[in-house]
Design a protein around this ligand. Structure first.
Ligand code: ZN
Length: 287
C-alpha cells in the first residue's frame, strides 16, 4: 500500500493505548528487516532516517527504498525525517515524498522553537504531512544531535507549544537519552502523566534503545504513542555482519554477510514491536 502519514496512525495508537515503533534505517537490509517484522506481526510501523543518514545517501534513495517496501506490504508504513535540524532540510524531505517530518528546534529558545516548528507545520499542512516537534531537550549524543544533560519538558509550556504550532505529535524530554545509556536512566513518569493530561496530540519517546521493556510499557501506559529506536538496531546489524565475517573470513559476496545483519535487525524489530503493543493493530484494507 502507499506510504501513509503518522497523524492518523498515532491518533489510533493514542485511542487504543499502544505505541508505534519508529525505527532508524541506514540501508536496504534494515528497511527490509523492519518491514518484514511489521508484516509478520501485522503491525503499523514508522521507518525513519536521521539528518546524518540522508547526508550519507540522500532523501531520494531512502524514499525509493521505503516506498518500494511499502508498495509490497499490507501494513501501514510511514517514512519520517528524524531530528530535522533546519527548515531547509524539512522542506527537502517534504519534496522527496516523506510522509512525516520532525523539526527539532529544541536547541533554540522556547519562542524560536515555536516559530521554527510553526513554519514547518504551515509548509507541510497543505499536503497533510505530519509534523513532530521537540520541547525540552532529550539528552545524550547520536550522530549530530547533542542534547547535553538535557532539560525536561514543562507540561504548561508543552500545552501552549502544541496550541501555537499545531504540530501533530510532540517529542518530550522526561529523562531518556540518545545513544548508549551509562547506568540506569531515571525517568520522570509523573511529568509524563502531567504532560499527557494537558496535551492533546500523541507524545513521542526518544532514546528508546536501552530502556527496559517495563519502562517502555509504563511510558506507553502514561501516554507515549511513538517510540524511537536507533542505537539498538545499529548494534544488531553490525553484530550480525561481524559475526558472519569472523565465522567465514573468506566471504566475498556482500549479500552473504549483510543478510546476517538483516536477520538480527528483524529479530530486534520483532521484539520492539511486541513491547510497543502494536501487534495485530495494522488496519488492513478489505479486499
Ligand atoms: Zn531522538
Amino acid at each position: 500500500m502507499p506510504l501513509v502519514t503518522t497523524e492518523k496512525m498515532l491518533m489510533d495508537a493514542q485511542k487504543e493505548g499502544f505505541a508505534v515503533g519508529a525505527f532508524n534505517v541506514e540501508n536496504l537490509e534494515m528497511v527490509q528487516a523492519v518491514v518484514e517484522a511489521a508484516e509478520e506481526l501485522k503491525s503499523p510501523v514508522i521507518l525513519q532516517t536521521s539528518a546524518k543518514t540522508v547526508q550519507y545517501a540522500n532523501f531520494s534513495y531512502f524514499h525509493s527504498l521505503v516506498k518500494a517496501a511499502a508498495d509490497g506490504a499490507s501494513v501501514p508504513i510511514a517514512l519520517h525525517l528524524d531530528h530535522g535540524n533546519s527548515f531547509e532540510l524539512a522542506m527537502q524531505a517534504l519534496r522527496a515524498g516523506y510522509t512525516s517530518i520532525m523539526i527539532d528546534g529544541s536547541h533554540e529558545s522556547y519562542e524560536d522553537n515555536i516559530c521554527l516548528s510553526k513554519k514547518v507545520v504551515d509548509a507541510c499542512s497543505p499536503s497533510r504531512i505530519s509534523v513532530e516537534a521537540e520541547l525540552g531537550k532529550v539528552g545524550g549524543k547520536e550522530d549530530d544531535i547533542d542534547g547535553g544533560d538535557g532539560g525536561l519538558t514543562e507540561p504548561i509550556e508543552a500545552k501552549e507549544f502544541v496550541e501555537r504550532t499545531n504540530v501533530t505529535s510532540l517529542a518530550v524530554a522526561i529523562g531518556t537519552s540518545h545513544g548508549v545509556y551509562k547506568g540506569v536512566p531515571k525517568l520522570d513518569l509523573e511529568r509524563l502523566s502531567e504532560i499527557r493530561k494537558v496535551v492533546s496530540v500523541p507524545l513521542v519517546l526518544h532514546g528508546g534503545s536501552g530502556l527496559s521493556e517495563e519502562s517502555i510499557k509504563e511510558c506507553i501506559k502514561r501516554g507515549i504513542c511513538k517510540v524511537n529506536y536507533a542505537t539498538e538496531l545499529r548494534i544488531a546489524f553490525t553484530e550480525g555482519v561481524k559475526q558472519a565475517l569472523s565465522n567465514t573470513p573468506n566471504i566475498i559476496d556482500p549479500k552473504k554477510f549483510t543478510s546476517v545483519g538483516r536477520e538480527k535487525v528483524k529479530e530486534m524489530a520483532i521484539e520492539k514491536i511486541k513491547t510497543c503493543g502494536s501487534v495485530g493493530k495494522a488496519i488492513v484494507p478489505a479486499l
